[in-house]
Ligand binder design. Sequence first.
Ligand code: SER
Length: 320
Amino acid sequence: MEHRKNNQKMMKILVTGALGQLGSELVTGLREEYGVDSVIPTDIRPDEQPNFEVLDVLDKKAMERLIVKHGVTQIYHLAAMLSARGEEMPSKAWRLNIDSLVSVLELAEKHKLDRIYWPSSIAVFGPTSPKENTPQDCIMDPNTIYGISKLSGERLCEYVFNKFDVDVRSLRYPGLIGYKALPGGGTTDYAVDIYHKAKGEGKFSCFLTADTYLPMMYMDDAVRATISLMKAPKENIKVRTSYNISAISFSPAEQAASIKKMIPEFDITYNPDSRQQIAESWPSSIDDSAARRDWGWKEEYDLDKMTEIMLENIETPVSH
Ligand code: SER
């Protein structure tokens, strides 16, 4: 309890998966909010940024050493394997996603950390879940290893909160779209790639069908949602599994139409692959009224606003 009594203790936030699509933007957001020295970015790959540490999240002892070394008070545990890649190596995906979460939660309890953030996903829903305006609580029958790991992780988070008072908070992210870093191995990745190809080559072959609606969110909204959830008073957090959160839902055809407003000659073709089946098992839109009620969530970006920002900021790649 010593840690919790001392309110003056400096906030030190350890971020895992800090070089990933979300991590690279969340680290920037956290540094703007709390200062560069309050954030310890970690990843399995090395990097040059301030306070950076190499960390394999499956190495619990190394994680504990970093907690002690930096006097860590919060962890944002982002390292994970996403849906499409997970289907290629399910055992590895399960171990990475679940074993690392168990380590983080055990260390949080042992070292009396103030708060933990852990991302969940729309992938916790499955073919039998309601498709439109999917509620916070409903039938959940994920059929990807990624979704199964996220649903199990959610139950674990709620369990350690109830049993050990570990203040762990979570959001069920939709597909995240930003221009600074590329996603890897997800089913919603097309919605980022489409902007790169539109700008670079003027055409795009989509791995989902034209009318596959999925919930999506611009990265700045995701970073703001995450930081406001983590700042909210403990008593406001009523959902201890993971909050539904949403911003925009669209299909590849609608996204292409939005791009055509800026690049009229843009051409899209559809060649669905195995990811189509994953997308079809997920909601097309999400009811996030609990997040709006409990901690004031509201999105700022719609499809056209996001398209404009993405097309303005993506650097034109070299075509091969
Ligand atoms: N964006 C993730 C994926 O496609 C879902 O959380 O796997």
